[in-house]
Design a protein around this ligand. Structure first.
Ligand SMILES: [Zn+2]
Length: 357
């Protein structure tokens, strides 16, 4: 495929390496937001295979809005800058890579092939109401297993394997990607998007591609046997002619500023709208609320003690009974005063660290 002019750049802080359109100045790293990208030599051995398939950004607007709304709500003392609208307007398109490998495989194999069949039997029961025996037909599904063996010589295309060390973390946090949406592209038009470059060499990813190849072989052998199931599959494959290309998967990156002005990156799945990142509750409004509650507690305690003193001087039973109630109210308010600060402290501690992946 042909490509438009691109620049390769690296983030010196998080070490993510990108390809991006070679127009304009280099942006801040959208992953960690810590520093501007630095141009580098693009020729890193084992990391620059051609892009073959691209999964487009296909998330419906409603799903994207829902994902951002879910991320920016659902907790107290939200920073003013963390709104679905801000996240939406600041989003930047980024493609994440996965390796695709084509190869030839020759193998001897053996397995147990399973064939479904039905057993029809009859169950007789004596019916008390009619005083007659009644027969009921029962169909039971069973599998007949037979040993099978053979040889296969096949060419497999586009078996995928992780191209990033963070691949499993991305899938765990954002959800999996639908590879069937990927399209072959004649010309890679970045149109402002960034491409994250692999940081895992194709050779290292080979072991992760083998289980995918085995799954395809199992399915082909099952079809060759015209079996319904295949188990105990064992093969001794010889692989050759590996050819590596890349599949690109869509995510958006965006960010918000917390109450202290620190920026936090957010990643959004480009097919489902799932958002992931650190949500930072604002400490200042929580502290202010705690101070107000604390002041109310002190005031209530002071008034209550005053009522107790006045009741002992004036002999008022009403004031004497209100005094302990007031002290109790002061204690409850005093305890409640801790809640906002404790909430923010616990909530922020439970959040994932920056950067999000
Ligand atoms: Zn970075």
């Amino acid at each position: 495929m042909t490509e438009t002019a691109t620049t390769t750049a690296v983030c010196e802080h998080c070490d993510w390496r990108y390809r991006l359109p070679s127009t304009g100045s280099l942006p801040i790293c959208p992953h960690c937001l810590q520093t501007e990208l630095t141009p580098v030599d693009s020729d890193v051995t084992g990391m620059t295979a051609a892009v073959e398939l691209v999964a487009p950004f296909s998330v419906p607007d409603a799903d994207l809005s829902r994902g951002l709304q879910r991320f920016s709500s659902g907790f107290f003392f939200r920073p003013r800058d963390l709104t679905a609208e801000n996240l939406h307007s600041r989003k930047q398109r980024l493609y994440l890579p996965r390796w695709l490998v084509d190869c030839d495989a020759e193998a001897g194999w053996r397995a147990e092939a399973g064939f479904d069949y039905q057993v029809v039997s009859h169950q007789d029961q004596f019916d008390e109401s009619s005083k007659q025996w009644q027969s009921q037909q029962i169909r039971e599904q069973r599998v007949r297993w037979e040993p099978r063996a053979g040889r296969l010589a096949r060419h497999y295309e586009n078996v995928d394997a992780p191209a990033m060390e963070e691949d499993a973390a991305v899938r765990q946090r954002l959800g999996d990607f639908d590879h069937t949406q990927a399209e072959a592209v004649d010309a890679l038009s970045l149109d402002g998007a960034l491409i994250r470059m692999p940081n895992r060499a194709a050779g290292d990813a080979w072991n992760d591609a083998v289980p995918g190849l085995r799954l395809r072989a199992v399915e082909e052998c099952r079809q060759a046997c015209r079996a319904d199931h295949l188990r105990e599959f064992d093969w001794t494959p010889q692989f050759s002619g590996q050819h590596w290309t890349q599949l690109l998967l869509p995510v958006f990156t965006t960010y918000y500023a917390d109450e202290t002005g620190v920026l936090h990156a957010v990643l959004i799945h480009g097919q489902t709208g799932n958002a992931y990142g650190r949500r930072q509750a604002a400490f200042r409004p929580a502290r202010n609320l705690s101070l107000v509650l604390g002041a109310l507690a002190v005031l209530a305690l002071f008034v209550s003690l005053l009522m107790v003193v006045l009741s002992s001087v004036g002999g008022s039973d009403a004031l004497l009974s209100l005094g302990p109630l007031g002290v109790l109210a002061a204690m409850v308010t005093g305890i409640l005063a801790i809640v906002p600060i404790a909430y923010v402290w616990i909530f922020n501690r439970l959040q994932p660290p920056d950067p999000p992946i």
